[in-house]
Design a protein around this ligand. Structure first.
Ligand SMILES: NC(=O)c1ccc[n+]([C@@H]2O[C@H](COP(=O)([O-])OP(=O)(O)OC[C@H]3O[C@@H](n4cnc5c(N)ncnc54)[C@H](OP(=O)(O)O)[C@@H]3O)[C@@H](O)[C@H]2O)c1
Length: 302
């Protein structure tokens, strides 16, 4: 099998030794001029995608594929798979749990009090007093949900289709879902239906004193509305890992807002050690003429 590795972001030296070890019979190359059987892509160099017509599989090295889908150069006839990397799934759950616990146990307030040498004990709540609302119950959202349930939180979820996760109540109506939610976690794909979903009335429907954790895509949040909800005291905190413009410009007010935690799109990074077995499985499936895993539904946009 001839496999193209095309990325301006991922370093071939991190990937190729592991790929070559996992698939010794295949040939990996970096030059997009040759027609590959499979293309591994993440932020591919300009001119790559238009040459992939007839390729048996385009395999993204990232979980989110909205940029690839929006690129008119991506041939319509080629199956596109996204990467569901178990290392990323675990990393995302760690990040979300860290933020939920920071808010739930008032750690953000104690950090502030320490700066002012203020000894003040705040009310302690049980995890079961808190309702965490997960926008998105997919690969990432469902793992986060299970881990929050294990810690004793009440968990509600919002997804397009019904979903069975033990201990999680899926609420089909967005308004009702938001009205139940104190800590809102966004793990939706970015599509025309989900863009700007964390804004306006939707923020007002969240319970007083809650928080927003956005680890999906920056355009899910209307930043001005979020800042207004924090300034009015309706929300206690926002944890933001993703932004409409990345890197977040130095003069963006989110950097310095006292109620906002900013991280630089690091909630879950692809780890070649855990990703390569998934990619190898898909290449083997192509070799056997089977359907690859984690194919993107182009109609749904994710
Ligand atoms: N910050 C980071 O470092 C980082 C790392 C990796 C991924 N991400 C982002 O995390 C997000 C989630 O990834 P994932 O792999 O968990 O996605 P996924 O498996 O595709 O799951 C998406 C979930 O969102 C639901 N959904 C989609 N459109 C919807 C709509 N219009 N209304 C209601 N629910 C909708 C889906 O519903 P169904 O279950 O009914 O399909 C599904 O439950 C993506 O935006 C991805 O780009 C961020």
């Amino acid at each position: 099998m001839k496999v193209l590795f095309a990325s301006e972001s991922e370093k071939p030296e991190d990937w190729l030794p592991l790929l070559e070890k996992a698939l010794p019979q295949d040939r990996f190359f970096l030059d997009g001029k040759e027609r590959p059987d499979v293309a591994l892509v993440a932020n591919p160099p300009p001119g790559t995608l238009e040459r992939l017509s007839g390729t048996k599989l385009v395999q993204s090295l990232w979980m989110g594929v909205e940029k690839l889908l929006a690129d008119p150069a991506l041939p319509r006839d080629v199956p596109l798979a996204r990467l569901v990397d178990p290392g990323m799934v675990a990393a995302m759950s760690e990040m979300v749990l860290a933020h939920v616990l920071d808010w739930h146990r008032h750690l953000f307030l104690y950090r502030y009090h320490q700066q002012h040498a203020t000894w003040r004990q705040l009310d302690q709540k049980l995890a079961s007093d808190r309702t965490v609302g997960l926008l998105g119950l997919g690969e990432l959202g469902s793992d986060v949900a299970r881990k929050l349930v294990a810690l004793g939180f009440k968990v509600v979820g919002y997804s397009r289709r019904p979903k069975q996760i033990e201990g999680v109540r899926r609420i089909a109506d967005l308004q009702l879902f938001l009205e139940q939610t104190e800590a809102l976690v966004c793990l939706l794909p970015l599509t025309p239906q989900t863009r700007g979903i964390i804004g306006g009335d939707n923020l007002r429907r969240l319970r007083q004193g809650g928080c927003v954790i956005n680890v999906a895509r920056g355009a899910h949040v209307v930043a001005a509305d979020l800042i207004a909800a924090l300034d009015s005291g309706h929300l206690a905190r926002a944890y933001l890992d993703v932004f409409e413009r990345e890197p977040l410009p130095p003069d963006d007010p989110l950097w310095r807002h006292p109620a906002v935690t900013v991280t630089p799109h690091v909630a879950a990074l692809t780890d070649p050690r855990t990703a390569v077995p998934k990619i190898a499985e898909n290449i083997e499936r192509v070799r056997r003429g089977e359907t690859p895993l984690d194919l993107v539904d182009r109609e749904a946009g994710y």
